[in-house]
Write a protein that binds this ligand. Structure first.
Ligand SMILES: [Mg+2]
Length: 166
């Protein structure tokens, strides 16, 4: 078993939220207090961050992620037509040195069998999710934090219908 702790990071609905103005100009928008909350998680867990957000295959998105100082080391591959779960598992397969990982995403895209930490899209990452996300990669708990089953069912159906482009 490896030694790395990995957090797969979605951005929209996690590091920005409903109240973040988002004019979709450059850079794309991150909410500084939400980013600070996330950065504290990274510090406390010493986790490495791998982007799973759609920002990863959009040059403007990558530019924006760097502009805001989002501390990522890599991104999951883009596998058109496949759910985000498959893209995360493909990354894990290539990287043997992973001790524990967690998935931080407001949306479910067949992520149900992975350790999923799901903020509400409306609020982004909050202190409660942050606490859970600190404990999990450190192995202090096996408890993840996700929306209720019905909400996830709808999210999964929507992902399927839109061809996993979310
Ligand atoms: Mg999202």
């Amino acid at each position: 078993m490896g030694s790395d702790r990995i957090i797969f990071l979605d951005i929209d609905g996690v590091l920005n939220c409903k109240r973040t103005p988002n004019p979709r100009k450059l850079p794309y928008i991150v909410d500084p207090p939400l980013l600070e909350t996330f950065k504290r998680v990274v510090e406390r867990t010493e986790a490495k961050v791998v982007l799973s957000s759609t920002w990863r295959y959009d040059p403007a998105g990558l530019f924006s992620a760097k502009h805001w100082g989002i501390p990522f080391i890599d991104a999951i591959p883009d596998m058109p037509g496949k759910p985000r779960r498959d893209e995360i598992l493909a990354w894990l397969k290539l990287h043997g040195d992973v001790a524990r990982f967690a998935v931080l995403d407001d949306d479910d895209d067949e992520l149900d069998e992975l350790p999923l930490f799901q903020p509400s899209t409306a609020a982004g990452i909050d202190e409660k999710i942050a606490e859970g996300l600190v404990a999990y990669p450190l192995g202090k708990t096996d408890q993840d934090m996700r929306c209720n089953r019905l909400k996830r069912l709808f999210q999964n159906i929507r992902s399927m219908v839109t061809g996993h482009k979310g």
